[in-house]
Design a protein around this ligand. Sequence first.
Ligand SMILES: [Zn+2]
Ligand SMILES: [Zn+2]
Length: 206
Amino acid sequence: MKVIKMPAGVYAANCYLVYEENNREAIIIDPGGDADDIIAKVEELGLDAKYIILTHGHGDHIAGVEAIKDRFNIPVAIHKKDKDILEDSDRNFSSTMAMGAVEVVADILLEEGDRIEFGGLIGKIIHTPGHTPGGITINIENCLFTGDTLFAGSIGRTDFPGGSFEDIINSIKDKLLIYPDETLVYPGHGVSSTIKGEKDNNPFLK
Ligand SMILES: [Zn+2]
Ligand SMILES: [Zn+2]
């Protein structure tokens, strides 16, 4: 399994291409903009993109979705509790962001425990609310793609409508910190980390 990180869009949300090297089947996590660059990378690597998976519905993670979906004709998946945010440019804040209004209708509504299979890999869906009601973390092998739930040394904002500080802390402590220390953390913004790194250094998790 290989992971390519591409900070995308004006807010530099991390888009991840995750693929199996033998058969090139891939998923695209959070294409937040720069769709042309992401499409070019998929083609350069010879990937067979299967799904777009969104960690949550905010504008900075979804602005590249439509163009990539059209190019590869693949379904978009999001947790069912972020469906409404994804479909409403005011609620996903894109109407007031630099990219302009983005409204996307998801093809697949996810819930806790769902599994998305591609190329022999399994993306396990972990519902991690707090930043948004339908925020998810995706577990693939020894990696966690945490969106705006958990960052290296920080956590996502919880002051938006539907956000909850209590929920985000519980999500992280009960559902993410239970993974082995060496598990890699790939957040929605900024640098990567490990579960041990966050246990030791994240001031919100003391
Ligand atoms: Zn967000
Ligand atoms: Zn974000």
